[in-house]
Design a protein around this ligand. Structure first.
Ligand code: ADP
Ligand code: ZN
Ligand code: ZN
Length: 744
């Protein structure tokens, strides 16, 4: 037998399968990880195909050294997925295959730990009888303990009787029990308990939606977009769907934007499904991650919850892929090989005969447009559970606040609403979408803003244990505040703008004794950073939660009756055609955190542009009106989904190399368009420029930005440009990004 093996080296020259002989008696199948000789080294590889014939001279074919696991690590389905992705991305197969294996596993043989398991070999009655007749107390104890009919670990028996070994040995020789070795898998997180949670009765809307989804899952076909307002009970729909999916003997995958920010979703699933659910997240230790992965691979865990990369989980026979909060940009991976987890979910669901359900209270413009074109089936839940009202949103004009002499960052309406909320024993959330204390530091004399020496972006003032320093949010650089302006030498250094730290500070001054928590990248760095802050808030140990957009996502705290948005305008003006969409989503999502319990919710949005139509629609939480308006704007301005955006990005430490490299690529694109008149039809715009962040992490950046008409020949053009990027440049990094998640 022979195996076709892709060796784990990412390079065009070796981007082809190599043939190896499978030694007699070695079990090798498609997807097996194997060690193979490669040149003078031994390399890791993945088996693409197994065949009886070999077109090469059999004497020249070398042999597989050994398999790395007893079973194929990559499912055949995922081997095909990697092949499809490599084609789509125009990249080596070795690169996409890497996505199918947790990085913890690569190039490492993880030490497998075993433990001893014990179970009865006789019936319960026979065991009880034997226990009755037993002279030794230990042996009787063990027999009775094992009567529950499930295998138990040696650790459990040691907890039962202090020296179980002799007793076990005897019971084994009498063939009452059997003892065997099993791989020890750690199941991380809280203790598992299944089926204890009470099941609420479904609302009418939930029932209707399920009546559409369940038959589709039976027949194994359909892509759905579930548009349900915040608090409409989407999670309960997921739980019922997953239950039905398991009952069909199939598996399910649930993607969430970020595990740490969705602890409730995980808790709910754990409570209902126990250890049948596996949770994949970045907080797991390598060993834990490997174990969860193996529990999935071996079919012990049949529900997988995880962030983006969980879409590659080795589940077999999946009947259901759910993408919760589908509008989140985290589903899109910018790193090579680039992918959109939503597209992968659709591909895999088709492959395994399952359905996909994308869900959001603020679907992405692209997904909603697809639903309108019936690419996805649209399902709606327009009301909150229990007919709770949507929160009332008030826009507060901060210019008027200034005119009337209020210089604080809290408007008077927000101050009194906060006082009332806390006074009545409820909780509040305050959104400030910038971390740190002051957002920038500049010179009053000449106007210079202090920028990071590695990046062309202004530095943020942070207070760390009372010590003020300047931080760069892009490269992590930290430096002291200069005593004098680096440009003019003046000592008139002043602080402007504000971040979450300042909100927390001002809050403490305004409400002495108030207990507030803060959630941003700075406070959640530790292993359980998120969990602690959220738990304090849930338990009422903190009354107010201040945070960045992290607090806007999917949290369900029934005691929250007030949400304050301190600077709503901030995200409106980022240089990206999606700024309006992002702002609308952020405001609607954060507003949706209010009034989820018995008490109605109130939302106060502070802005300098109260007439801005995006803010007005967000205040009314009118997604459909926003969608119509935004789609029309994009149609006129020629933005996706009507066109495609792409860029070739060049980065280099040497400014001249970066610039020249981009110029060269621009010229090559021009000649490509000239040589192919059909490609030229796709061109709306193509120009050479420095992106907004022209200097980042010590590298000079230039780009060829393209806006393209969607025509059948676009694929060919994109493939050619992508190939240019693959070739690379001397002393520079080149990236090709198709519909990039950021243009900055
Ligand atoms: P969404 O994700 O749509 O914003 P959730 O799934 O978080 O909403 O549900 C909102 C709240 O309503 C949760 O506290 C949930 O436990 C509760 N809930 C969901 N469905 C029901 C139901 N059928 N009956 C009662 N409460 C429900
Ligand atoms: Zn100056
Ligand atoms: Zn920097």
């Amino acid at each position: 037998m022979y195996a076709q093996v892709i060796v784990d080296i990412v390079h065009e020259n070796v981007d082809k399968p190599y043939t190896y002989r499978i030694p007699e008696g070695m079990d090798i199948q498609v997807g097996h990880r194997v060690h193979v000789p490669f040149g003078r080294q031994e390399k890791e590889g993945i088996v693409l195909a197994v065949s009886e014939e070999c077109t090469l001279d059999p004497d020249k074919v070398r042999s597989v050294v050994r398999p790395m696991e007893p079973y194929p690590a990559v499912l055949p389905e995922n081997v095909r997925l990697a092949q499809w992705m490599a084609q789509e991305n125009h990249c080596p197969l070795a690169e996409t295959l890497r996505l199918m294996i947790p990085s913890e596993l690569r190039r490492k043989t993880v030490r497998v730990r075993y433990h001893k398991m014990v179970a009865l070999t006789v019936s319960r009655e026979a065991a009880l009888e034997a226990a009755q007749a037993e002279r030794s107390r230990n042996r009787a104890h063990i027999l009775r303990f094992l009567c529950d009919g499930v295998p138990h670990s040696m650790e459990e028996l040691r907890a039962l009787v202090s020296e179980p070994y002799e007793a076990l040995r005897q019971l084994e020789t009498r063939q009452l029990i059997r003892i065997w070795q099993e791989e020890l898998l750690r199941t991380p997180g809280q203790a598992l308990h299944a089926g204890r949670e009470e099941e609420p009765e479904l609302t009418e809307e939930q029932t209707e939606v399920l009546a559409r989804l369940l038959p589709a899952m039976e027949s194994g076909k359909g892509h759905f977009l579930l548009y349900g307002v915040t608090g409409s009970g989407k999670t309960e729909v997921f739980i019922r769907l997953v239950r039905a999916c398991l009952a069909q003997g199939r598996t399910a995958v649930i993607l969430v934007p970020e595990i740490a920010l969705t602890p409730q979703m995980v808790d709910w699933f754990r409570a209902r499904f126990g250890s049948v659910a596996a949770v994949l997240h970045s907080g797991l230790s390598p060993g834990e991650k490997y174990d969860e992965w193996r529990r999935i691979r071996l079919g012990q865990a049949r529900v997988v919850i995880g962030a983006r990369s969980a879409v590659f989980a080795p589940v077999e026979n999946a009947g259901l892929y759910i993408v919760d909060e589908e509008h989140e940009s985290t589903y899109f991976s910018d790193r090579h090989p680039r992918y959109d987890a939503r597209e992968i979910a659709i591909w895999r669901a088709k492959e395994s005969g399952g359905i996909t359900v994308f869900s959001s209270a603020t679907p992405s413009i692209l997904s909603f447009a697809k639903a309108r074109r019936q690419v996805y089936e649209l399902l709606e839940m327009p009301h909150r559970v229990g007919n709770r009202p949507m929160p009332e949103v008030q826009l507060v004009d901060m210019r008027k606040e200034l005119q009337s002499g209020n210089r604080s960052m809290f408007s008077r309406p927000l101050q009194s609403a906060l006082a009332a909320c806390i006074g009545s024993g409820h909780q509040a959330m305050l959104l400030m979408n910038h971390r740190g204390y002051y957002s920038f530091v500049s010179c009053r004399n000449c106007g210079t803003t202090i920028k990071c020496p590695n990046c062309d972006v202004s530095m943020t003032y942070h207070l760390v244990r009372g010590d003020g320093k300047l931080h760069c949010h892009y490269c992590g650089n930290v430096m002291p505040v200069p005593a004098a302006c680096p440009d003019c030498g003046s000592n008139k250094i002043r602080y402007f703008g504000s971040g979450t730290q300042k909100v927390e500070d001002e809050l403490a001054k305004m409400f002495p004794g108030l207990r507030a928590g803060r959630m941003d990248l700075d406070t959640t760095a530790g292993k359980d950073g998120h969990a602690r802050i959220l738990e304090d808030f849930r338990q009422g140990r903190t009354q107010v939660l201040v945070g960045t957009q992290m607090i806007a996502k999917g949290l369900d705290f029934p005691q929250v009756t007030l949400v304050g948005v301190l600077a709503a305008d901030m995200s409106l003006h980022i240089p990206d055609y999606r700024a309006q969409e992002k702002t609308f989503q952020l405001l609607t999502q954060v507003a949706g955190r209010a009034g989820r319990g018995q008490e109605p919710g109130k939302v106060i949005v502070q802005t300098y542009e109260p007439d801005n139509p995006v803010l007005q629609l967000a205040a009314r939480q009118d997604y459909r009106a926003f969608f119509v308006q935004e789609l029309e704007r994009r149609r006129i301005a020629l933005y996706p989904p009507y066109t495609a955006m792409a860029r070739l990005l060049v980065e280099s430490r040497d400014p001249m190399i970066a610039r020249r490299g981009a110029e060269g690529l621009y010229a090559r694109c021009e000649s490509l368009l000239q040589a192919h008149p059909e490609y030229a039809e796709c061109r709306i715009l193509m120009h050479l420029e420095q992106p907004v962040m022209g200097f980042l992490r010590g590298k000079e950046r230039w780009q060829v930005l393209m806006k393209l008409r969607i025509r059948p020949q676009l694929d060919g053009f994109v493939a050619s440009v992508s190939a240019m990027a693959q070739e690379g440049l001397e002393a520079a990094d080149v990236y090709f990004e198709y519909n990039p998640s950021t243009m900055m």
